[in-house]
Design a protein around this ligand. Structure first.
Ligand SMILES: Cc1cc2nc3c(=O)[nH]c(=O)nc-3n(C[C@H](O)[C@H](O)[C@H](O)COP(=O)(O)OP(=O)(O)OC[C@H]3O[C@@H](n4cnc5c(N)ncnc54)[C@H](O)[C@@H]3O)c2cc1C
Length: 427
């Protein structure tokens, strides 16, 4: 494993992953994938203070003008800081003697013979010494700043074509210490943007994490960008479609300043047998970047790693089949890609598609209807899809469709469904 950073020995942010200062939700489909690669990893992270947040029980969601009801646990998310999760994974990796980690080393290119990738060119950051690392298989896992296009061009190969849908969002995140009255099971609060709202796209998430902290993220599209000074951040929280998060922040204590981030567009490389040379695989953000608002990037990276493991077991050392492995890795991101792009295309601030597909609108209305019908079968299907535990086709199950057609349209709640004990958090 070639890594350009010095990897911290304790949970700590680092230069190569500037996104780690922002709220990172791990949905249960991704958590199970990580546990399949590294048994009991999520239990270990929970022992270190991460919150197992049951969905929809302790994930209060404001959507299209009202709050959804709380129901018994159907799925979950892991609530912890990104540095804690990353450190736990790294700690396991360091204990695996089959893995050699070369820190402070840049991957700077690829090597190819007869159209096949046969290694990576690397450079030690301290000495500047360059080296060619031969490999049966090279996996580009360099994240959203991957230089793969340039590396292929340098070899005389065509860069891999991409599609993009850009929601043009700005992210601001600040960490708070939760008020002392708050119990360790205080729910996460998600205030979603409303594509029909005249005031533009604004959303917010308050996520309980380790050490009694809240990671609070506020997002806005062009013209609605949250600022990162203390006053601008609280003002942005106040402008969300509901004041619950802003009211909670009034009673909480900030820990450090807010950080900003302008995420990339949803961006997908079209990795096929025709576009990807043998000997090369692409995984995680290097293959597909998702709008982080939907909290799917890490889960897709983990599911991709599971697909990679399973396919390598299947094909053994016969690596003529790399594009077949790539097909499986790419497929795990399909549901997340479909969800992110169809949601983003509902907003007029989004660019990257020549038209607003009617399909996205129809799907949005269907999802609203599902949310309001509020039966347990519908909630279970929606959450299984959202957490990447099951494919999007689960929403077309006969029971779900029947409930959607027959179910009444429950009124959403005007106020968050907090218990009297939880209400004490407002001070
Ligand atoms: C603001 C923000 C919020 C997010 N929130 C969520 C969330 O709530 N839930 C979620 O699931 N996902 C979230 N994501 C997405 C998540 O961060 C990524 O999907 C995930 O980190 C992808 O993992 P990766 O391993 O592919 O890339 P990264 O985690 O970015 O890792 C890439 C690694 O490659 C190294 N590297 C890069 N280039 C080189 C090079 N040339 N040579 C050597 N090493 C190199 C970097 O140092 C880094 O260690 C968010 C992203 C952003 C930007």
């Amino acid at each position: 494993m070639i890594e350009r950073d010095t990897l911290p020995a304790i949970p700590h942010g680092r230069r190569g992953t500037p996104q780690d200062r922002h709220t990172h939700v791990l949905v249960s489909g991704g958590a199970r994938a990580l546990d399949s690669l590294m048994p009991s990893l999520t239990a270990e992270v929970t022992d270190r203070g991460a919150r197992h947040i049951p969905l929809p029980t302790d994930y209060l969601q404001h959507s299209a003008g009202g709050w959804l009801r709380r129901l018994p646990e159907m799925q979950y998310i892991l609530g912890c800081s990104r540095p804690l999760l990353e450190w736990a994974i790294r700690d396991r990796l360091r204990r695996n003697t089959a893995v050699v980690i070369r820190e402070d080393t840049d991957a700077v290119g690829l090597a190819a013979e007869h159209g096949r990738v046969v290694g990576a060119r690397i450079r030690d950051r301290a000495s500047g010494k360059a080296e060619l690392l031969h490999a049966a298989l090279v996996v580009d896992a360099t994240g959203r700043t991957s230089h793969l296009g340039q590396w292929l061009t340098e070899l005389g190969m065509a860069p891999i074509p991409e599609v993009a849908v850009d929601p043009r969002l700005f992210y601001a995140t600040r960490i708070y210490r939760a008020p002392t009255a708050v119990s360790t099971s205080f729910p996460a609060i998600n205030i979603q943007a409303d594509p029909d709202a005249a005031q533009g796209r604004r959303s917010g998430l308050l996520m309980p994490i380790e050490d009694g902290l809240w990671s609070v993220t506020v997002t806005g599209s062009r013209g609605n960008e949250p600022g990162i000074s203390a006053d601008e951040f609280t003002a942005a929280a106040r402008r969300l479609p509901h004041p619950a998060i802003a009211d909670l922040l009034d009673a909480a204590e900030p820990v450090g300043p807010a950080a900003g981030f302008r995420p990339d567009a949803n961006r997908k490389k079209l990795l096929t047998g025709g576009t990807t040379p043998p000997g090369l695989l692409v995984i995680g953000d290097a293959a597909t970047v998702f709008n982080p608002v939907y909290g799917h990037g890490m889960a897709v990276a983990a599911l991709g790693a599971v697909a990679l493991r399973d396919e390598l077991i299947r094909y053994g050392p016969n690596l003529q089949h790399t594009w077949k492995i790539q097909r499986k890795i790419s497929a795990v991101g399909d549901t997340a890609w479909r969800m992110a792009t169809s949601q983003d295309l509902l907003y007029t601030s989004t660019t990257g598609s020549t038209s607003r597909p009617l399909a996205a609108r129809v799907q949005h209305r269907f999802q609203q209807r599902l949310a309001r019908a509020g039966t347990e079968a519908i909630a279970a299907a929606s959450l299984a899809v959202y957490t990447l535990s099951e494919p999007v086709s689960r929403l077309a199950a006969p029971r779900v469709l029947l409930d959607a057609l027959r179910g009444g349209q429950q009124a959403l709640l005007a106020e968050p469904p907090l218990t009297s004990q939880e209400r004490q958090a407002f001070g």
